[in-house]
Design a protein around this ligand. Structure first.
Ligand SMILES: *Cc1c(COP(=O)(O)O)cnc(C)c1O
Length: 494
């Protein structure tokens, strides 16, 4: 299977090239030329497999220049032993029609672990095939969870250095602590004065800066990305939607009418993976894209106009505080029928004016697949409290946005189809916000809030979070958003 770039149809590279490089040289994103379909036989086979086997099978469809042994090795390394009960993606029912797909039982308590435990293995394997012998420098812009998950995945991985930039006032205290205490010899962490979009565009600029690349190359380094612009982040995420389908079939759910998927969305990576699962033949009906008050995607889905010229809000679901959803570019490519020229024009408009509008034909296609909705912080908190009272189930702030938008969808459409909600983080990453939904009196200190939350709800605090309390602070540099290049050079000692 060949990979093309969203901005250049004539690019034709292997999956290992796409993963090792992360982004195409003209700034486009790599994606498979066609989407492989699974037939009924294959779905039955998948139903009889365990998670790791499903992952091997599905990844094999996309990573066609990896050998079977290589894929098995990568998957085993990623998923054996690092997830609670060796189940990376358990389903937990909430009422009759809803299944929560809990994706946060990995080392950093966010869904990012599902991809970022695997990506280092894929990247090292891919880099060997590309055989240019350079050390890989992973640059990461994070809205909170990617940074930690990438640091944990790449920590002490041979021939790699990882440098993470997070918005210094745009992540939760627990998320920040997770990053600033990160262990490992090859890890570097910087706060930046700015928001996630500043971090992401700063990193993207470095990726395409020929001078910087030349300096790196001279010193034996080359850049890659662990953000969801890297195809190696997306492919592992397709697996859990297909796996959720198989689990529901195995439980005897009647899915003859298909099922809906709700995803709390920021950079459009997770929901794009769900789109791929659907396009491969998984009977997904509607993809419900849930946003917080930064509702640029809601408006886009409802009007076909993407307009980032609006106020940026810092919310209690910080990992969704994003106005430039980079993975939408892949969706635009697919919706336009693979028209790289058109996508380039739209992306240029976005860069120059902050705005673009898609064709009527694309709007129609998009509306048949996606439903978009959003909610504000107050509604998010109310959803956490209502859900805890009704079901004794504790949501994090991001997943609560998804549930609220789903409830609005049901009110609006009356659609009672079985629905899978992607549950993207442990509530203990945001203990003060979550506790404030349940009781008025909230301790000023995050760990105190976590203890209190656990006492009231009987939901245990993950060990990884508890351990942060006594971890050593290693990284407290905060830099200007224009100084990313200097930070990279100084991290690499050049
Ligand atoms: C990253 C993240 C999201 C958004 O996912 P995208 O793939 O960027 O759309 C939602 N919730 C949590 C907890 C996250 O960490």
């Amino acid at each position: 299977m060949k990979y093309v770039s969203t901005r250049d149809n004539n690019k034709s590279v292997s999956s290992s090239f796409a993963i090792a490089h992360g982004i195409s040289e003209e700034g486009g994103l790599f994606l498979p030329e066609t989407i492989p379909a699974l037939n009924a036989d294959e779905f039955s086979k998948l139903c009889n497999m365990k998670y790791t086997e499903r992952a091997e099978y599905i990844l094999g469809k996309f990573l066609t220049d990896f050998t079977e042994d290589e894929i098995d090795y990568c998957v085993a390394g990623a998923y054996s032993g690092s997830f609670e009960k060796n189940n990376p993606a358990p389903l937990v029912p909430l009422g009759d029609n809803v299944e929560m797909l809990e994706l946060w039982h990995g080392p950093t308590c966010a869904f990012k672990d599902l991809a970022l435990q695997l990506l280092p293995y894929l990247m090292v394997t891919a880099a060997k095939k590309q055989s240019d012998g350079k050390n890989i420098v992973i640059l990461v812009a994070t809205s909170g969870d990617t940074g930690k998950a990438a640091l944990e995945g790449f920590r002490d991985v041979e021939n790699t250095e990882i440098i993470v930039f997070y918005p210094c006032d745009g992540v939760s205290p627990m998320q920040k602590l997770q990053m600033t205490t990160q262990a490992g010899k090859n890890v570097h962490v910087y706060g930046i004065k700015g928001n996630f979009d500043d971090a992401q565009s700063g990193v993207k600029t470095l990726f395409t800066d020929e001078n910087v690349k030349a300096v790196l190359s001279k010193h034996g380094f080359e850049f890659s990305s662990a953000n969801s612009i890297n195809w190696g982040r997306l492919a592992p995420q397709i697996v859990y939607y297909i796996s959720a389908y198989c689990d529901m079939i195995n439980q005897g759910r009647d899915l003859s009418g298909g099922f809906n998927v709700v995803v709390p969305t920021g950079n459009f990576g997770n929901i794009l993976a769900a789109y791929y699962a659907k396009a491969m033949g998984t009977p997904i009906k509607k993809l419900i894209c849930a946003s917080n008050k930064n509702n640029v995607l809601t408006d886009f889905i409802n009007t076909g106009i993407y307009d980032k010229n609006r106020e940026f809000y810092t919310t209690i679901s910080p990992s969704m505080d994003i106005l430039i959803s980079s993975n939408l570019e892949r969706m635009l490519y697919i919706l336009s029928g693979g028209n790289a020229k058109y996508v380039t024009a739209l992306e240029n408009l976005l860069k120059e004016t902050g705005k673009f509008e898609i064709s009527e034909d694309m709007k129609e296609k998009s509306a048949s697949v996606f439903y978009g909705g959003y909610c504000d912080d107050e509604q998010t908190l109310k959803t956490i409290s209502d859900t805890f009272r009704e079901y004794g189930y504790l949501l994090d702030t991001h997943t609560a946005v998804a549930l609220r938008v789903y409830e609005n969808y049901v009110d609006e459409t009356g659609d009672k189809t079985t629905t899978v909600i992607a549950s993207t983080a442990s509530p203990y990453k945001f203990p003060k916000s979550v506790l404030s939904a349940i009781q008025k009196d909230v301790p000023a200190e995050d760990f105190e809030a976590a203890y209190k939350l656990s006492e009231i709800t009987n939901v245990t605090i993950p060990q990884q979070i508890l351990e942060l309390k006594n971890a050593n602070l290693r990284f407290n540099d905060v830099i200007c958003k224009n100084d990313l290049k200097d930070a990279v050079f100084s991290s690499l000692g050049i």
